[in-house]
Design a protein around this ligand. Sequence first.
Ligand code: AMP
Ligand code: MG
Length: 356
Amino acid sequence: MKHHSSFRLTYRLGILLLTSSLISSCKQPDPLYHQQLYVFGTFVELTFWKVPEDTAQHAATQIAADLQTMHRNWHAWQPSLLTNLNGACAAGQTYTVPDASLLFMLKQAKQWSIASDGLFNPAIGKLIALWGFHRDDFSSHPPPSASAIAELLAQHPTMDDLSIEGQQVSSRNPAVQLDLGAIAKGYAVDLALERLRTLGIQNAIVNAGGNLKVIGSKDGTPWSIGIRHPSQPGEVLATLKVSGEESVITSGDYERFFEYQGFRYTHIIDPRTGQPTTDLASVTVVDKSGALADAMATALVIAGAQKWPQLAKQMGLNYVMAVDKKGIVYLTPAMAKRVQFDPVTRSLTKIIEVKN
Ligand code: AMP
Ligand code: MG
C-alpha cells in the first residue's frame, strides 16, 4: 500500500510540475523590469513598466554610463571638473566650465543657497573635508578642533561669492570650495528620467540611494514608494503614492557618519556653527524637481524641528515629512493627506501635522 501511495504521489507531483511548467511557459513576460546598478557611490535601482526587454537593457546601460560620467565630473575630492573649478576659485582664477549640466547645477545651487538663507551652502567644502567626509571610509576619528572650525567660518564662504557668467565661473572669496553632495543625486535622477523619456520610456522609477524620481505610472496606478525609517535599517516608515513626474528625496543622519567616543557625527553640516546637525534624523521632500527636493531636504534637516516649516514655506515646498531623533514624525498638511502608515507604525508613532 505504502509503495502504491508513494507512486501516486510521484505521479501526481509529476502532473503538477508538468502543468506548472506549461503555465510558466505560456506566461506573459513580467511587465516590470528591474535592474540594480552600483554607480555614484551607491546602489541605483531602475524600474520600468511595460518596456521591451532590449529597449530596457539599452536604457539601463545608457543610464549607467550617464551616472558614471556625472560621478566623475562632479566629484568633490577626486580629480574632476568640480575639483578643477575649486582649484581656480582658490587661486582667484576664472574657470570655463565645459559641462552644461554642471553649469546648470551651479546656477541652481547658487539660487537655492541664497533663497534658503545659506542653510544649503555647497560652498563649505573645506568644512566638510575638515570633518573627514571627503573620503569613503568613516572609521572613528576625533572631531576637528574648535579653532580649526572657527578659522574656516571666519572666511565665510557662500554661493554669493560665486560669479557665473556664461561658462565662466570664478569666486571673489578664495575660501569657497564647492561640494555638490547635497544636490547632485537629486539632479542626477532628474537627468536620468529625462534620458529615459528620450529613449521612449514613459513609466519608470530611478532610485539612487533614497533619491528617487518617478515618471508615469503602472497602467494608470500610481507607483507606491516606501520611505525608510531613519533609525530602523530595512524598515519602511511610511508609503506614498506618486505618479506623473515627481521626486521623493530623503536626507538623513544615517547615510554617512562616524562615531567617536559614543557620539555620532553626521555629514550634514550647519554652515552657521560649522557643526554636524543634531536635531532631525531625516527629512523627506516631494517635488517635481529632484535637484530642489534634494537641496532642500538637506537644508530642512539643518533648519531643525522648530524652523523647518518656515523654510519649507519660504521655498514653496508643499510636501515635507521630518522625523526627529526621538522618532516623532512631523508632516505638512499636504503631506499628511498623501502619506500612509501601516496600523502598527501608526499606533507606535507620534505623528504631528504642522502648518507651513
Ligand atoms: P544629502 O545626503 O543630500 O543630505 O547631502 C549631504 C552632503 O552634502 C554631505 O555629504 C556633504 O557633502 C554636503 N553638505 C553637508 N552639509 C551641507 C550644507 N549645509 N549645504 C550643502 N551641502 C552640504
Ligand atoms: Mg540633499
